[in-house]
Design a protein around this ligand. Structure first.
Ligand code: NDP
Ligand code: MG
Length: 414
């Protein structure tokens, strides 16, 4: 269960008039990072940007540093950090530039930081998210891959570090908003019977299996409702995104796979629902704009103006629902199976998916090869009990090697 300790609540209650909170944004140049900065810029009296990080995009991070004057900027790669540092010095900025994976963890765990937005994409976000958890930060978790890869160890780090974990993924943020705080008790004790995880169905909701074999990269990148980074946009098209979210919900809310049901809802207005044993279903609704969950995470338990336009029910007119189709979207089935297998299976699923999505984005494999690669990697990997982060990192690396070797066979047969 998502952990909100009383110290944090007390702190947050006092925070309205208190001094500004320092925020580190990991993955600042991405779509979530930029939307976080958009919300922060609306509330300069509440938040101060402490650190901004990126992978390689020097120009983007330079512009953000000039606008938000963070104490630190971190680039993953040293040469990019040197370039950024030179540019900032020339422009008269006092932002200090660091580089490397360890520096990401340092700005996530820095004693002066209150809030960490974990918005790096993929398994690359794992170490810095764990560092924030161990350091007892308020973690705004967008990086779902951390929970898929290392859910048990991450939740343990959150509990041991006394961190406050606020889900940013819109569905999980919705569930959090309508879920009772059961503080470690089973969901059934709070009368919860099911989590209804809504899914837009992505750009290929109505495509036939035959058509799915030939969809292009451009078609897959054209999501109907959300503007997101390329990896999650492809995940939405294959519905692996919903699969990853099932696993994410399992860890965040202590829910079994049987308690999490995916409902296709093309309008993306209901962001998810919780069903209770008295027949009540509580939902959170809003326009599909990530600034709502981001503002919720930043201000919790307060509410903040986020810049999101009001929901106009009369304009929407109608809300539709359908069952997911596992034949056309095998990634969703594979994720349920990995959750069921447990242990290192979700980490293997995640790594194989990242490699397959990269290859699809590079036009190296076809759309329906993505689930085929993941299924083959899972079938040929041994699944072990989770023991440590180091073990998961090597499981992740081995699954990537395996995925690449399976793809080289696939490519030669195309
Ligand atoms: P983007 O691709 O837009 O941004 C990713 C960010 O991570 C960029 O700042 C990028 O830097 C940085 N980054 C990429 N690789 C590395 C690496 N190896 N080491 C350090 N930093 C790296 O992704 P999104 O913002 O769309 O998504 C971020 C996370 O949030 C994902 O886990 C996604 O699943 C999740 N999420 C996103 C939603 C959305 O609406 N976008 C909704 C729900 C969840 P650079 O710019 O230099 O490449
Ligand atoms: Mg989501």
């Amino acid at each position: 269960m998502v952990n909100v300790n009383s110290k944090e609540l007390h702190h947050a209650e006092q925070s309205t008039q208190a001094k500004r909170q320092n925020v580190s944004i990991l993955g600042a140049t991405g779509t979530i990072g930029l939307q976080t900065l958009d919300v922060i810029a609306r509330h300069p009296e509440r938040f101060s940007v402490f650190a901004l990080t990126a992978n390689t995009k020097v120009e983007s991070l330079f512009d953000l540093c000039m606008k938000f004057t963070p104490r630190y900027a971190v680039m993953l790669v040293e040469s990019a950090a040197n370039e950024l540092s030179d540019k900032l010095k020339t422009a008269g900025s006092t932002t200090q530039v660091l580089f490397g994976e360890e520096a990401l963890s340092e700005v996530a765990a820095h004693p002066e930081v209150g809030i960490v937005m974990a918005a790096i994409v993929g398994a690359a976000g794992l170490h810095s998210a764990i560092a924030a958890a161990r350091a007892g930060k308020r973690i705004l978790l967008a990086n779902k891959e951390t929970l898929v890869m290392a859910g048990s160890l991450f939740m343990q780090a959150v509990a041991e570090g006394g961190a406050t974990l606020l889900p940013i993924d819109s569905e999980h943020n919705a569930i959090f908003q309508v879920m009772p705080q059961t503080r470690g008790k089973p969901l059934s004790d709070a009368g919860v019977t099911r989590i209804l995880l809504t899914a837009s169905g992505g750009p290929f909701r109505n495509a036939t299996l035959e058509e799915l074999n030939f969809v292009t990269r451009a078609q897959a990148l054209n999501h109907p409702n959300w503007v997101m980074g390329p990896k999650i946009t492809i995940d939405s098209a294959t519905m692996m995104n919903k699969g990853l979210e099932v696993i994410e919900a399992h860890w965040l809310f202590d829910a079994t796979a049987a308690q999490i049901e995916v409902v296709v809802h093309p309008q993306s207005v209901i962001h998810s629902m919780v069903e209770y044993n008295d027949g009540s279903v509580l939902a959170q609704l809003g326009n599909p704009d990530m600034r709502t969950p981001i503002a919720y995470g930043l201000a919790y338990p307060d509410r903040l103006e986020s810049g999101v336009s009001r929901l106009d029910f009369l304009k929407i007119g109608q809300l539709d629902f359908a069952a997911p189709d596992y034949a056309r979207f095998p990634c969703l089935r594979l994720a349920y199976e990995a959750l069921d297998k447990g242990g290192t299976a979700p980490a293997i699923l995640n790594a194989a998916n990242e490699v397959a999505v990269e290859a699809f984005l590079a036009n190296e494999i076809r759309f329906m090869d993505i689930p085929a690669v993941i299924e083959a990697v899972l079938a040929t990997s041994s699944i072990d009990t989770v023991a440590s982060i180091a073990q998961l990192v090597s499981v992740d690396a081995a699954a990537r090697v395996q995925a690449k070797s399976i793809m080289s066979v696939l490519k030669s047969t195309h």
